[in-house]
Ligand binder design. Structure first.
Ligand SMILES: [Zn+2]
Length: 221
C-alpha cells in the first residue's frame, strides 16, 4: 500500500447541489473506488464500476502538494507508528515526503490505498490526477507503478505484484532509467517526465559527448 496525496480543491468528480425551480437535486459522483482484499498486498482498491481508457479515477499528486513537503530531517523524531505510515504510504522526493491532509493518517481517503504493480492499470494525466491506462473492468484491482511518482533515492521496495514484467525491486531511481521512461513516460507524474539532471547513469556518456564536441570544434589542435 502506498499513497498519493489528497487533492484539496478538485471540482471534477465532486458532488453538487443543483437548484432548479426551487427544487434541489443532489448529484453524487459516480462510485468508482472501493477498498478490497488484495492479492498483491493486504488491502487494495478495486474498481466499483467499469472504467474507460483515459478516464479520471481519483485526485493524484499536484504541484501544490510539493509546496507542503515535510522534510526528512525531522523524521526520526516522529513516533514509530507515524514513521511506519509515512514509509508505507507517502510519496517521497530527495528532500521530503508529501503528508496527508491535516497530517492525519487516521483519515486517508480510498485512493491512498492503491497498490503498486509493474503492470499497472493507472497512471497520471498532465495535471497529476490518476487516470486509467487502459479499459478496466468492474472488480479489477486498481494499481499504479510507484516508479511513476517516487523520486526519493532511498526508497526501495521488494515487489510481489506477480506480473510477467515484474522488476522485483522498485526504487526511487526507477523514473530516471531509460527503459522505464521509454515504457512509461506519458503516464509519469508531470514533474518526473522532464529529463533527470545528468545522472550517474548518463554521466560517462555525457562526458564523452562533450569531449567529441570539443574535438570537432578544434579539429587542428
Ligand atoms: Zn512487480
Amino acid at each position: 500500500m502506498r499513497l498519493p496525496s489528497k487533492k484539496t480543491s478538485s471540482k471534477r468528480g465532486s458532488g453538487s447541489f443543483e437548484t432548479k425551480n426551487a427544487a434541489v437535486r443532489i448529484v453524487f459522483p459516480t462510485v468508482l473506488l472501493e477498498l478490497a482484499p488484495s492479492r498483491i498486498d493486504g488491502v487494495g482498491v478495486r474498481a466499483a464500476a467499469g472504467i474507460r481508457r483515459g478516464q479520471r479515477v481519483a485526485p493524484g499528486i499536484h504541484e501544490a502538494d510539493y509546496r507542503r513537503l515535510v522534510l526528512w530531517d525531522g523524521f526520526s523524531q516522529y513516533e514509530p507508528a507515524v514513521q511506519a505510515k509515512v514509509l508505507a504510504f507517502c510519496v517521497g522526493t530527495p528532500q521530503g515526503f508529501i503528508p496527508p491532509d491535516k497530517l492525519d493518517f487516521n483519515a486517508l481517503s480510498i485512493d491512498w490505498y492503491f497498490n503498486h504493480s509493474c503492470q499497472a492499470n493507472l497512471g497520471f494525466d498532465d495535471s497529476g490526477d490518476f487516470v486509467a491506462r487502459r479499459v478496466i473492468a468492474a472488480g479489477e484491482e486498481l494499481t499504479y507503478d510507484y516508479g511513476l511518482a517516487e523520486s526519493n533515492p532511498g526508497f526501495r521496495m521488494d515487489c510481489r505484484c506477480g506480473s510477467e514484467t515484474c522488476r522485483r525491486v522498485i526504487t526511487g531511481d526507477d523514473w530516471k532509467k531509460p527503459e522505464f521512461r521509454a515504457a512509461n513516460l506519458p503516464w509519469m507524474l508531470p514533474r518526473l517526465r522532464r529529463e533527470p539532471k545528468v545522472s550517474f547513469l548518463l554521466e560517462p556518456h555525457a562526458r564523452r559527448a562533450r569531449q567529441v564536441r570539443r574535438a570537432l570544434s578544434h579539429p587542428y589542435r
